[in-house]
Design a protein around this ligand. Structure first.
Ligand code: PEP
Ligand code: CO
Length: 458
């Protein structure tokens, strides 16, 4: 019999993108402390998300995953959380209208603190510093002291994640998520932006709501209209933290990550024999796997077998992130690999990470047009292959930042400097996020038409 998986097995595997802590005893002390703290999420919730995602794999639900590239300790506030949560709910309503299926809402929130970097060091003002790796590892400030990995940051991250989750849970059930309220926010957006095509969708959503209310379905009579399920996710990058937060699910007796509902493996840490795959394969949560241009068919085959040996629907979400203009080169070959294996996956589209450029003004940015183009290409390839586009994955915020260029309230190159607040990659602002939701909703209507046509043909 194969040896049972242990949460520390990753330690024997090659590790990449993780810090070398100068003081191992201090790391062990923090791990012991985290090991005694309550998990942030309950195993039953992770199981429920998995069941929801199993529906997305079949086209009976749609995944909306979004939030900061990197959460930070200094940008942490109730307002920031509320605004991102609010925009995600708005987007979800628009997507529900387009897809006519439930939208699964998963935040890159309450745990998205560790970042892979392209180089171990960076030059700032002519001085070389260790790269910033996210607030759970080191500080953003350009000093040797701030950039030195500090294990006690794991405890601060845990506390911030717990406080964030507490507020998100309150927003989800405390009346803030009432569908009538969300619907009125959407109407507000379209008035300001004079985008006739969005206004039309918003009006049709309002009509549907009025019809339901007239038929007696309101947030007072139907709990579903007053509350939402909202899940959390982050990249499982800092394995010392993930191992310390791993718990045994008392219902199944199986290991589960206690740090968030869904974990994903980044494009830079998905080595088939690496530490990150080794850790993630053993926990029961839904797992995301980023697939970039360098993902080979053979690697994908092995990764699917390792991460989802039972071929359980909802366990594995493949997050395609190739870049606009490159989807056609890579997505068909990976879709065909999945189909040939008969693998159950959710296909999601991350149109952010393949579209990062340096603007003329020197800022890291993403043109809205490229983001949109990659989404369209993703849907087009699925249509051509006869497979299901199951979700989207965005870096976004509810704030009115100027980090990505373009959109209806056009952000220009020169605007970038005015409100560029991200701790890492450029995010869509509230208006760009909602605009994208309208555009994805149009693609989803097309997906629905295809499903109907297929059903009629049977
Ligand atoms: C991310 O999602 O923030 C990220 C780093 O993505 P990727 O691994 O796809 O580059
Ligand atoms: Co990012």
């Amino acid at each position: 019999m194969a040896k049972a998986w242990m949460k520390s097995d990753w330690r024997a595997k090659p590790r990449v993108q993780m810090p070398d802590y100068p003081d191992q005893a201090a790391v062990s002390a923090v791990e012991a402390q985290l090991g005694h703290l309550p998990p942030l999420v309950f195993a039953g919730e992770a199981r429920r998300l998995k069941a929801d995602l199993a529906k997305a794999a079949k086209g009976e639900a749609f995944l909306l995953q979004g939030g900061d590239c990197a959460e930070s300790f200094t940008e942490f506030s109730a307002d920031n959380l509320r605004d991102t949560f609010k925009v995600m709910l708005q987007m979800a309503i628009v997507l529900t209208w387009g897809a006519k299926v439930p939208v699964i809402k998963v935040g890159r929130m309450a745990g998205q603190f560790a970042k892979p970097r392209s180089a171990p060091t960076e030059m700032i003002g002519g001085v070389e510093y260790p790269s910033y790796r996210g607030d759970i590892i080191n500080g953003f400030e350009a000093t040797e002291a701030a950039r030195t990995p500090d294990p006690t940051r794991m405890l601060t991250a845990y506390t911030q994640a717990a406080a964030s989750l507490n507020l998100l849970r309150a927003f989800s059930t405390g009346g803030f998520a009432d569908i009538h309220r969300v619907q009125s926010w959407i109407a507000g957006f379209t008035d300001e932006d004079e985008a006739a095509r969005y206004r039309e969708v918003a009006e049709r959503i309002s009509d549907a709501m009025e019809f339901m209310a007239a038929a007696g379905v309101t947030s007072e009579t139907a709990h579903e209209l007053a509350a939402v399920d909202f899940y959390t996710s982050h990249e499982a990058l800092l394995l010392e933290y993930e191992e310390a937060m791993c718990r045994i699910d008392s219902t199944t007796g199986l290991p589960v990550a206690g740090s968030g509902h869904m974990l994903w493996i980044g494009d830079r840490t998905r080595q088939v024999d690496g530490a990150h795959v080794e850790f993630c394969r053993g926990v029961q949560n839904p797992i995301g796997l980023k697939c970039g241009p360098s993902t080979t068919e053979e690697d994908l085959k092995v990764l699917m077998a390792k991460l989802n040996p039972e071929n359980e629907a909802g366990r594995l979400t493949l997050i395609a992130r190739f870049g606009a203009g490159k989807v056609e080169d890579h997505l068909p070959r990976l879709i065909r690999t999945v189909e040939a294996e008969g693998a159950e996956v959710v296909w999601s589209c991350d149109p952010m990470h393949g579209n990062t450029i340096k603007s003329a003004s020197g800022f890291k940015t993403r043109p809205f047009e490229s983001v949109l183009r990659e989404v369209r290409e993703f849907f087009a390839v699925h249509k051509a292959e006869g497979t299901i586009p199951g979700g989207v994955h965005f870096e976004m915020t509810g704030k009115d930042v100027t980090e990505c260029t373009g959109g209806v309230r056009a952000v220009s190159d020169e605007d970038l400097s005015s409100r560029y607040h991200t701790a890492c990659d450029p995010r869509l602002n509230a208006s760009q996020s909602l605009e994208l939701a309208f555009l994805v909703a149009e693609e989803l209507q097309d997906r629905r038409a295809m499903k109907k046509a297929a059903a009629a043909a049977v």
